[in-house]
Design a protein around this ligand. Structure first.
Ligand SMILES: [Mg+2]
Length: 252
């Protein structure tokens, strides 16, 4: 039954945790995502990109990855911008066609358990990811995690909280979008204890830019724990196994 008012948070419900995907919940997956971006670049822009030519992409949005690579292929910013809506659709279709059925082997340590532990403590879960939205959901579905990001009992047509890499090129623009959606889904005031959880300096920076607390997780390909600590996240941990040991509540 649809309810037109905001759902009441459960007693003891605390915190909103906005997760990055690549390097944070999943790592080492086959290069399906990079291949899909390249296939879309070829189809939409006629640009002969290859996964190797995309370079290092950790912490970048798919939009920013595309713009950098297409500029490198000699395209003008106007032409890139004009093609982006078609590019997002083509990349999503390519990814959905080729994503492995089961990405469960690529979960980072304790990823599913950490999400369940947070939800069990009344926390709301959401996404702040550089992935194109359709790619994010296809990836999380294959990893067996998508259902954990559906908000039970949420009113209206938005049963999830998040912001995605086809909504902005600058990662710093994503947390405000996710918070705006969280307010619609959970009710006002839900950002009082919001966290970003991610594996790169860009995740830390985007949380800090919105005044959010940040848990940096050293499971990604580009940053060690020491490197993450240099960017002053609220907490830095080796992997999500350590998340339940953090002082997450009542320590604002
Ligand atoms: Mg990441």
């Amino acid at each position: 039954m649809m309810n037109s008012s905001h759902p009441t948070r459960e007693a003891g419900a605390e915190g909103l945790f906005l997760f990055d995907i690549d390097g944070t919940l999943l790592r080492g997956a086959p290069p399906t995502h990079r291949e899909a971006l390249c296939a879309a670049a070829r189809a939409v822009y006629g640009a002969p990109l290859t996964p190797e030519r995309l370079g290092g992409t950790a912490g970048m949005t798919d939009s920013a990855i595309a713009r950098r690579a297409l500029r490198g292929a000699g395209m003008s910013d106007d032409a890139i911008t004009d093609g982006l809506p078609s590019f997002f659709v083509a990349a999503a279709e390519a990814y959905e066609r080729s994503v492995p059925d089961d990405l469960g082997a690529y979960l980072t340590p304790h990823a599913a358990d950490a999400l369940d532990w947070l939800a069990g403590h009344g926390a709301a879960l959401g996404l702040v990811t550089g992935n194109i939205q359709r790619i994010a959901w296809a990836k999380l579905s294959a990893a067996g995690l998508a259902a954990r990001f559906r908000v039970a009992g949420a009113p209206g047509p938005l049963p999830w909280i998040g912001a995605f890499g086809d909504e902005a090129e600058d990662r710093d623009a994503l947390p405000p979008l996710a918070l705006e959606r969280a307010a619609r889904v959970l009710g006002p005031g839900c950002d009082a204890e919001a966290w970003i959880v991610g594996d790169t300096a860009a995740d830390i920076a985007c949380g800090q830019a919105s005044g959010l607390r940040v848990i940096a997780v050293a499971t990604g390909p580009s940053h060690t724990l020491t490197e993450l600590r240099a960017h002053a996240p609220t907490h830095a941990i080796t992997d999500l196994t350590e998340l339940p040991g953090l002082p997450l509540w009542g320590a604002a």
